[in-house]
Each structure stands twice: as C-alpha cells, then as structure tokens.
Design a protein around this ligand. Sequence first.
Ligand SMILES: [Ca+2]
Ligand SMILES: [Ca+2]
Ligand SMILES: [Ca+2]
Ligand SMILES: [Ca+2]
Length: 338
Amino acid sequence: MRINGNEVGTSVGGVPPDSDAWHHVAVVYDGTRPATNTLSRNVHFYVDGIQRGDGNTLTNVLVAGNTNPLTVGNSSVSRGVGNLMVGKIDDVLILSDYAPEAVGNGKTNESIYCFMNADDDIEPPIITCPEDLFIPIDENGCTVTNLVLGYPDVSDNCEIASVTNDAPTQFEMGVTLVRWTAIDVAENTTVCTQSVTVVDVTPPSIQCPPPVVIELEACEQSVTNLVIGEPMVSDNCGIAGLIMEGSSEYFIGTTSVVWRVWDTAGNTNACVQQITITPSTTGDCDGDGLTDWEEINLYHSDPNNPSSAGDGLSDGWKVQYGFDPTNAVPAECRPTYW
Ligand SMILES: [Ca+2]
Ligand SMILES: [Ca+2]
Ligand SMILES: [Ca+2]
Ligand SMILES: [Ca+2]
C-alpha cells in the first residue's frame, strides 16, 4: 500500500501487501518536520498494533503542506501492479487532534484506539475496594469521623475519569456500606462495596446509690418495698437496660444489692449497694426487758419469746442476774423466793 504516494513495502511494514489477510493499519501524521526536507513530514505507521517503519518513524513522507491530510492507498506515483494496495478497505476513520498524543515509542494499538474515540471503549474499569474496616470506638463519643478508608485498586483499558465514594463524613455505630465508583472516560462504570463496622466496646459507667441503713420497728424481722435509690449510669452510645439483682425483701443483717447496666452494644457493668437492716434499738417486742436489738445482737436470744430457753424465766431477768438467756437456769440456781 502507499501513504501519500510513498510505498510501504515488505521491508517497512513487515507484512507483504499480498498476504491475503485482513490487517489493521493505522497511519499517524504528527506534523513534525525533518530538517533535511522542507516538503516532507514524519509519519507513524502501525500494522496490527505494532509500530513499523524506519526506526519508529516513516520519515520523509512527502506532503504538500503541514495542514494537508494524508492519503492512504494512493497510487499517484506509479500504477504498476507491484505498487497497488491489494485487497479492500473495510473501514476508514479519519481523526484529527487525537493521534499525535497517542503515538510514539512504545504506544500500542490499544492506546491509539482509546485516543481515537472514547465512546468506542465499552470495557468498564476494574475496581477492587479497600479492605473492610472494623472500628472499635472508645468512650469519646459514639461515632467515627475522619476515618481513613484506604484507596481502591483501579485500572482501565483506556483511562479512568474519576474514582469516588459515598462515604458519610460521620460513621454511626453499626455497619455502613461504602460504595466506590470508578468511571472511565467513556463513562463506563464499575462499583464495589467496602463495609465499615463501628462497634461500641466501652462498657457503661455505673455509680451505685449510697448504702442504706434501716432500723426496724419492734417485732419486725424484715422490710419490703424499701426505697433504696437508683444508680447513676451513663454510656458513650446509649443505655439499653438497668436491673437490680436480688429480692425486694430485706432481712436483718447486711444484704449486697447488685445493680447491673447494659449499653446498646451489650457491654455491661455492675456495682454493689449495701443494705443494712437492724432490729429496733428501743422496742421490746416480747416485753422481757430487753430490746429487740439487744436480744439479737448482744444476747442471741429470741426477741419474740420472753423466755428463750423455755424455762419460764424471762430473758431480761437472766441478763440482769448474769445468766445466759439462751440457757435454762437449773432449779438450784433459782432465787429461793421463787
Ligand atoms: Ca474502559
Ligand atoms: Ca458503650
Ligand atoms: Ca425483748
Ligand atoms: Ca426474748
């Protein structure tokens, strides 16, 4: 075949003109001028995507002027059989302003293709999202800002126009799916999804109400429906529940009440409140001369029985005379006036 009348022979193109096969031929007139000839211009010549020619450039192709178009298949110089282009031209695209940027050492047919017409690129980009993220949050709030997501791996057969994502500026607790979108210059689009999981790992704080000390009325053994207060609780995200572990009835002695709190992520914390119930220090339930408190805490006698030992002698009398009220007093030890 001929370019502007110059024969591109076997030694230049590497493909015999009568090879009986279809070939993709690209000719690029880049407008540069060799110093040797003011009427010649350099031409880049490609067959099947491989640049051919004298070195990388088919030099000294004669053209009338710098703005003249190239002629391909031209046989104006000679009409001899050996100089005709054999076969048919299937399709001709004449483009301006693109090709000079695309040609040069090492440029492939594909890169020329991408420059020729971006709309012909039907191959979407390839995108691989950054790794999924698992973000534990501390006590300073319940959301994450300024999160570094990483960057996806993106490639395209031609050129990427943009890579964007729809990440919020603030990630709430839970799972957020971030959608990354790569768009090439022909507006083909590929998306991938990165998962960001924000987890509250900070347990709630809890401060128990102060200890409670209650003195019973005479004869009482326990108290119910006692108002013991409520703990102070807080959490970086939210409180899901608060319970008091134990009975609502408190008996004489000290009971440890456990208050337990959960946050919305299931983290838990607890504190202990002491409830102290004492017998009456003034009341004497059984009328034996000893207060309920004295019987329980000092003499270990029955505050509901005036004669704990069952010998008919009152607990108070025994204490007064140095006896243990929990033991029966032998007959020989009793006062003679009895
Ligand atoms: Ca593409
Ligand atoms: Ca928390
Ligand atoms: Ca008593
Ligand atoms: Ca008693």
